[in-house]
Design a protein around this ligand. Sequence first.
Ligand code: ATP
Length: 382
Amino acid sequence: MTTENTGGDVRLTGISKTYGTFTAVHPLDLSVPAGSFFALLGASGCGKTTTLRMIAGLEEPTTGTVEIAGKDVTALPPYKRPANTVFQNYALFPHLDIYENVAFGLRRRRIKSVKKQVEEMLELVELGPMARRKPHQLSGGQQQRVAVARALINHPQVLLLDEPLGALDLKLRRQMQLELKRIQTEVGITFVHVTHDQEEAMTMADTVAVMNAGRVEQLGAPADLYENPNTTFVANFLGTSNLIETEVAEATGDDLLLKAGDAKLRLPAQRCSTAARTGGRILAGVRPEKVSLAHADEEGSLPEGRNRITGRIADASFVGHSTQYVVHSPAAGELSVYEQNIERDARLVPGADVVLHWNPAHTFGLDATQDIEAGTDIEEGS
Ligand code: ATP
């Protein structure tokens, strides 16, 4: 089923928010294409909810403008904007049944014949058989779907979702992520989704804006952000990165040759941010799943041309599909390696001397003047 409305684009120009002397959102330009699923991702307090609330009209910007579907809505109250918000606590009416909760927006506009639209919406969120139940007779995920149906029945061009899955347990969250994505594809309107959960943002969104301390630190498609982080914050906040402090030994040709202790690493020049290239030091990054682990005995038989670092296994955690190792390396400090459990070498246990090796093409280079730990100490839900 599809609804007849289509999405509107959202354009923020120079939008900012200060509270007294505190700047919650620094002047921000952001363009969300019509019909896309856009996620604002960041840790608690980074300004993502404030940004969403400025789009909704629930917060007045200190500077800047908000346009939705080509129209400047900065001065309009929330109910006059072609946008609806779904909140984390769902805000359903407890005394009304599901049908009436969904019908609410139509009844308020004094629309008499609501049956067809309500039934369509209940079908969209797959809650038809539950129409006569009260909210407390539904699970958290089902209540969430009612909240989405209740917002969508108003035919907004943009649906704003503020941590809508925050109250659900992990398994249900994962199910609802797929469900919300399906609904968005079906109705085709623009979704702007706020979350602190990087997996959630990557699973659902076409484009993710990673926010840090009131600024968008990087924006892009999930795989692009993951593979090509521009800053240590993005590298650490989106998944896990090994960041190795290195000195540039040679910078001619297509590759940079880097030195970390006694290890020599190659980094494709094109995978190195411009800022990083100007200094003599670079943070060389590689994702844990890109690294392979071999027992020190096998060093001689490893293929030529791989980046290599030696170390000793400090910890090994078996997690079913993979084993996650922590390796101490004199040249690079503590490194993480995720090895798929295909053929496990029984010698790879804590205390074993090992060689970490990877394809140099999987190395990225970051500006070494940044905090190497940025984004690592943020707990989910903090
Ligand atoms: P969370 O996930 O915890 O909601 P967030 O990234 O959505 O975090 P915001 O709610 O946008 O963060 O808040 C950004 C910053 O602005 C926070 O430091 C917060 O304390 C501050 N802030 C928000 N509202 C106000 C207010 N009314 N007065 C003063 N400071 C505020």
